[in-house]
Design a protein. Structure first.
Length: 152
């Protein structure tokens, strides 16, 4: 398998991993770390949320993959490390900068995909508790949010 293919496959699979982690871990046993992301009244660290700690989980995956590549020279772990890292960078840009405006640099867009993505994420955040959630993914947007945004 070539490096580019392993990067692409990892990036695509990360959406499923992120969805499952969000639904079953963040909205499950680790809700105490994720709750302040849904309800800002629970924040105790100012700009940072306890939810930000979840990046450590994905960082460990990437670092482990890079270590395996470094030690053994295997190409697939390198692709996994790069794919996870790219997904993390895209997550930061889309989730933290565009959707939540943690740094106010990207407020307006007319892009249909991004508008539907924002709408789906707002639907997720209308729930302030760990139950009854929807739209746990980050990049995949259910078609109904395109329809709602553009009255298709």
């Amino acid at each position: 398998m070539t490096l580019a293919i392993s990067i692409l496959i990892t990036f695509i699979l990360m959406e499923g991993v992120a969805w499952a982690m969000h639904k079953y871990i963040m909205h499950g046993p680790f809700w105490h770390l994720h709750a302040d992301h849904h309800d800002k009244r629970l924040m105790i660290y100012g700009f940072f949320e306890r939810n930000d700690a979840f990046f450590i989980f994905f960082s460990v995956i990437a670092i482990t993959a890079f270590a395996l590549w470094s030690i053994f020279g295997w190409t697939i772990p390198l692709g996994i490390g790069i794919g996870v890292s790219i997904y993390g960078a895209v997550y930061f840009v889309i989730h933290d900068l565009f959707i939540h405006q943690r740094i106010k640099i990207w407020r307006n867009t007319k892009n249909p995909y991004l508008l539907a993505l924002r709408k789906a994420h707002k639907a997720h955040h209308k729930h302030l508790n760990k139950e009854d959630g929807e739209c746990f993914g980050m990049l995949w947007v259910p078609f109904k949010y395109y329809k709602q945004t553009f009255k298709v």
